[in-house]
Design a protein around this ligand. Structure first.
Ligand SMILES: [Zn+2]
Length: 408
């Protein structure tokens, strides 16, 4: 990589980084709790000693299998990416450059999937043991295969853009590829609810009844344009309780798990949906998507710098399909390093949605009992290790969420 080439990658990194920081400062609720966040109550004020012990036991093994899987997949990605092994594999692949890119992505993804499959099966067995999963091993493996196929398609597209742009624009590729991939992030987030979600679940409108009319009344009072709440057939997979908002504009939808509608008393279900309506009202999916797009530009710039630096020693450039294992290794490491940033932002946004839900429903008792039920139904550890919560926790802990009722 010549100094001129390095300048483009550096400029893309700086622009992506600055835009990300500016958007994060403007869009993320850094101070979501009026009067400040209170201290979380002790775990034994909400749960019995037996419940805490069971949740801790479940979480200990769930964490072991998840982190084991992460460690093995990172080690394998780095082995292929930073040694000559990956390159030797891709050099032997036949066909034009684009076919070799797709073949390389598919081969490495399948190897990564196979070496982490034991962990996925152990985790699924663990969830079966605790009654969290309602899926047979066969159905579970079918889900794994579907997820893997989607991952290969998406990763191949991204790598085709990177290598294709580098072949076409030797110097300007980080800028062009950064722009194209950022656009992909926005389009992906828009089409996800209509393209990907139906591959895993069926959705039915929430039937007429008092829950539906209360939800629509809240949406109306809060000025959220929602004319339908969808119920997902999550019970075919899990016994846990959940709800979410996805998409934006014409694809935006508020989805609740059927378990939640069937098993929670109405005031608690309403508390969950009020939280989701707050996400819709604040357009949190759009916030996440534009931050993701800016982060992608930043990442492509860094990728240009790293591939430039490592490639000069090893005589590879982004224009050559043999770069694929190196890019996948750098993306795997980068993803892990970006997780705390992503999750810190997510926890702020989740806290604001909780604060809103409490204000809108005016029912802290239902909120607390709902948080208790969500935690009990997923055996979630009320006091996870601090660094694990910081690095991987997308939501505040149950105790932190319950503490919000003091501030309101
Ligand atoms: Zn949320």
């Amino acid at each position: 990589m010549s100094p001129e080439d390095r300048r483009t990658a550096l400029a893309v990194t700086v622009v992506g980084g600055v835009v990300f920081v500016v958007l994060a400062v403007l869009l993320v609720p850094w101070d979501p709790v009026p009067g400040g966040v209170g201290n979380p109550p002790p775990a034994d004020s909400l749960f019995s000693a037996a419940q805490i012990a069971e949740a801790e036991e479940f979480s200990r093994w769930a964490r072991a299998w998840s982190w084991g899987s992460l460690a093995v997949s990172l080690a394998v990605a780095c082995w292929f990416g930073f040694s000559r092994t990956g390159r030797r594999l891709v050099v032997r692949m036949p066909g034009p450059w684009w076919a070799r890119v797709v073949l390389a992505v598919a081969t490495l993804a399948l190897i990564g999937r196979l070496v982490t499959l034991p962990f996925a099966l152990l985790l699924h067995d663990h969830q079966l043991d605790y009654g969290l999963s309602t899926q047979s091993r066969g159905d579970f493996l079918l889900d794994v295969a579907k997820t893997e196929a989607i991952g290969i398609v998406v990763t191949s597209l991204a790598l085709l853009v990177l290598v294709g742009c580098a072949r076409r624009w030797r110097r300007a590729w980080p800028a062009v590829a950064g722009g194209v991939l950022a656009t992909f992030v926005l389009i992906g987030s828009f089409v996800y609810p209509v393209l990907i979600e139906p591959l895993f679940n069926d959705f039915e409108p929430l039937p007429d009844g008092s829950l539906r009319s209360q939800i629509l009344a809240i949406a109306d009072a809060e000025g959220v344009g929602v004319d339908e709440v969808l119920v997902a057939d999550a019970s075919r997979r899990t016994t846990t309780l959940n709800a979410y908002v996805s998409g934006f504009g014409g694809t935006r939808r508020v989805v609740v798990y059927d378990n939640l509608v069937d098993d929670l008393p109405e005031d608690q279900a309403l508390s969950v949906v009020a939280h989701e309506l707050a996400h819709a009202r604040h357009r949190d999916v759009v916030t996440g998507s534009v931050l993701g797009a800016a982060g992608t530009v930043f990442g492509v710039g860094l990728l240009g710098l790293a591939v430039g630096a490592i490639g000069r020693r090893e005589h590879i450039t982004m224009a050559d399909p043999v770069v694929v294992p190196l890019v996948l290794a750098l993306v795997a490491v980068g993803g892990l390093l970006a997780a705390p940033v992503q999750n810190t932002i997510s926890r702020q946004i989740e806290t604001r949605a909780d604060v809103d839900a409490l204000r809108v429903t005016g029912d802290p008792e239902a909120f607390i009992e709902m948080q208790r039920q969500l935690a009990l139904r997923s055996f979630s550890d009320p006091t996870p290790p601090g660094w694990s919560q910081f690095w991987f926790g997308s939501h505040p802990t149950t105790l932190e969420r319950v503490a919000l009722t003091d501030a309101n």
